[in-house]
Design a protein around this ligand. Structure first.
Ligand SMILES: [Ca+2]
Ligand SMILES: [Ca+2]
Ligand SMILES: [Ca+2]
Ligand SMILES: [Ca+2]
Length: 474
């Protein structure tokens, strides 16, 4: 705890006088001003009530294409058009399914099909999403993002034997995680109600033999990466790199330390399988799997341009169920707005507890050259590269390590920071709702003038400020 007291002083001078420092260690919160607009925060509120009745309004999310007025006003969806269909839980254990037309279908016919079936909650166009890392070149060994987060200044508290001990589970919805990697040993989520390899869905959650996660693309219990074909060969290492940034084992004399390197469990949900594109159907099913199977955080280092009411509903249901979501803002170096809308990140600004993440460069702390930006649609920034290293160092399949860069990397760094908040709040007896944690992340971020206009309020995450503020508030 010694380190924390030292840095607490720095924090106190630098950030705000809103927190009552003398309150530390007491059982009551004397001030509701610890969060700017969070309202009163009470200690030990009731535990969240987990249930499977999600809020699923019936939504026909298909917009007819606008055609020139001189053409007949009849709209057809061509044979082989693809949709994602959400069924109510009372009708189907697997909420999202894929619909591919076997013939041309008119707009009216599709609409009648939808409204004629009481089991259908929504239907949206199927969109293929991609990982959001850019090329890398492994050669260095330092983890510059931990310095940028000021995590190294509180090493003993964060990674040593002291500090919070409450467990956090992070779902990595990605290209699969090499669960045999040496630096994940002890940090893997285990579905204790499922028996491996007996071809039985022992826990009746709708998935057979899902012991460490699931492969939604190939419909198997093996959550490891599957080889991608050319020209994307090797791209399947993405999920392993993402998982390591958030949750590689710290303090084990091996490899690297995840931002949340202890008291964390990785749930690997592979939505890519053996291809470089992930369908919204698979992503939606993975989101609901994470909610139903005890994840605290979902990491979505993937994206594609477009809109999807079904994705929006899944994100809202995650936050409402107590699961925080982080989504990458994208790597086109462009301004996100209503017309340049990236799935799923652009929905985050309208949902408390779901955050969109832009990338900064550890070299200068400014927005990374590739990161999408927006003062509205990018809610927070964290390290996504060090331009001198061409990336951040993390785990790669086969007990190896290397560099990747992208908003894909910034996202698990941010998710790792949130994991700290969740663990620490739990250990203090406070329910870490996604809304509360988003407020804490925003309130304790550094305001960086260079990020004005790029990220909401110019905010870049600061893990040290976060843990100090939580310590001060409760
Ligand atoms: Ca199962
Ligand atoms: Ca089984
Ligand atoms: Ca390690
Ligand atoms: Ca948000």
């Amino acid at each position: 705890m010694r380190v924390r007291h030292v840095v607490c002083l720095v924090f106190y001078i630098a950030i705000t006088s809103a927190c009552n420092v003398s309150n530390e260690g007491s059982t009551s919160l004397s001030s509701s001003s610890c969060l700017r607009d969070g309202g009163p925060v009470t200690k030990k509120p009731p535990l969240p009530n987990f249930f499977k009745s999600f809020d699923l309004p019936k939504v026909f999310d298909i917009v007819p294409l606008i055609s020139p007025l001189n053409l007949p006003q009849k709209f057809f969806w061509k044979k082989d058009s693809e949709f994602v269909v959400i069924r109510y839980p009372r009708c189907s254990q697997q909420l999202a399914s894929h619909l591919k037309l076997d013939r041309d279908v008119s707009f009216e016919e599709l609409k009648n099909y939808f409204y004629g079936d009481n089991c259908l909650a929504s239907i949206s166009p199927e969109i293929s999403l991609h990982t959001l890392a850019v090329t890398n070149d492994p050669e260095y060994t330092n983890q510059t993002h931990l310095t940028s987060l000021h995590a190294t200044e509180a090493y003993n508290f964060l990674y040593g034997p002291s500090g919070p001990t409450s467990q956090v589970t992070i779902a990595i919805i990605d290209s699969g995680v090499d669960i045999d990697h040496e630096d994940f040993s002890g940090n893997l989520w285990v579905n204790s109600n499922e028996t491996a390899g007996n071809s039985v869905d022992d826990d009746h959650n709708g998935y057979v033999d899902d012991v460490n996660g699931y492969n939604f693309a190939s419909n198997t219990a093996n959550p490891r990466p599957q080889a991608w074909p050319a020209p994307n060969t090797g791209g399947e290492s993405h999920g392993t790199h993402v998982a390591g940034l958030a949750a590689a084992k710290a303090d084990n004399s091996k490899g690297i330390a995840g931002v949340m390197g202890k008291n964390i469990k990785i749930m690997s949900l592979n939505v890519f399988g053996a291809t470089a594109g992930a369908s919204t159907t698979n992503i939606i099913n993975a989101i609901y799997y994470a909610i139903d199977n005890g994840a605290d955080i979902i990491n979505l280092s993937l994206g594609g341009y477009g809109v999807s009411e079904s994705i929006f509903q899944a994100l809202k249901n995650a936050a409402a169920s107590g699961v925080m979501v982080f989504a990458a803002a994208g790597n086109d170096g462009s301004l996100l707005d209503d017309g340049h809308f990236i799935l799923p990140a652009s929905y985050a600004q309208s949902i408390m507890g779901v955050l969109s993440v832009g990338a900064t460069d550890d070299n200068d702390g400014k927005i990374a050259w590739f990161s999408n930006y927006s003062s509205r649609y990018v809610e927070i920034a964290s390290s996504g590269t060090h331009s001198g290293n061409n990336g951040l160092k993390s785990t790669l399949p086969g007990n190896s390590y290397g560099f990747k860069q992208g908003t894909s990397m910034a996202t698990p760094v941010a998710a790792g920071v949130a994991a700290w908040a969740i663990s620490y709040l739990k250990s203090l007896g406070v329910t870490p709702t996604p809304m509360l944690v988003e407020q804490f992340l925003q309130e304790t971020s550094d305001t960086v003038p260079d990020l004005y206009g790029k990220v909401s309020r110019g905010q870049r995450l600061n893990l040290l400020s976060l843990v100090n503020k939580i310590g001060d508030c409760f």
